[in-house]
Write a protein of this length. Sequence first.
Length: 282
Amino acid sequence: MIEVFYECSDGTKINFTSDVISVDNPEALVGNAWEYSSIAGSGGLSRIKRFFKDAQETELTLEILADNAEQYNEVMEQMHRCFERDIRTMEPGRLWWGDFYKECYIVESKYDEFEELLEYVEKKITIVSVSPFWTKISTHHFYAREEQTGTLDYPFDYGSGSGGYDFDAPGQAEYFRNDSIYDANFAIVFYGPASNPQVAIGGHSYTLYTTLSAGERAEINSRTKKITKYTVNGTEENVFHTRDKENYIFQKIPNGYLSVNKADALALDIVIYDERGEPIWI
C-alpha cells in the first residue's frame, strides 16, 4: 500500500494511512490536468500556443478513528497546529505519495459524521498545491579521485587535443541515468577544496569562478535560480555573479543516459528533480 503523509514545514509528519487516520478518496490526489492557451486560426481551426500548470486545489476526506479521547484530541491538535503553522509562516508543507511529493498548504478544514462515543470524525481538507507537479528527488554522487584538487582548462575541448580538457580521454567520463520524463530541474553541489569548479553534463558545461576551501560547498539550483556558497560555519553567500556567463548555468538536464566530465579531484553531487503530473502509483 502506498504511504500518504503530510510533512509540515517544521518537519512534523502526519501519516494519512495509519491506524488512526485513513484517506477515504486517495485517488483525488493523483488527478492530472494541464491548462492551455490557444489562437484561433483560419477555417475554424485553433492552434495551441502553450501548455502550463497553475496552482491546483484538491479536496481530500480523512477518517479519524482513535482508540480513546486522549489519542483523538492529540491527533486533532497536531493536525491543526501543523496546518495552521504553515499558513501563518507562509512556508508550504509537503504532501507525500510514496517517493513523490507536492509542496502545498491545507487551506480549509470541514467536519462531518462526528461520533463522540466512538472518537470518530470525517475531516475534509482543501489542499492548494504551490507546485502542481509531483516531484521525486534522486541524488547522484561523484567522488574525488585524486589527493590534489585540479580544475579543467578553459575553453573546453571535447576530444580535439588542442590544449583544452580532453573529455573523450579514457577514464575521464562517468555516467548516470536521468529517468525523468523530460528535461529536469536540478541542483549541482560542488565540494571543496576546489578552485573554479566545473562539470559538463551531457555536453553542457556548468562552471563557477570561485574558490571553495575544505568543508565548503557551492550549490547551483535551477528551481530557485540561485547559486549559493556555504561556508564551514554555516554562513550562506550569494555567488550568482561567479557563474560562467557563456553557458546558461540553469540549463535543464535532459533525460536519458548522460556523461559527466569533471576534474578527477573534484567531488560533486547531481540532484535530479523528476517532476510529473502524476506520481508513480506503485
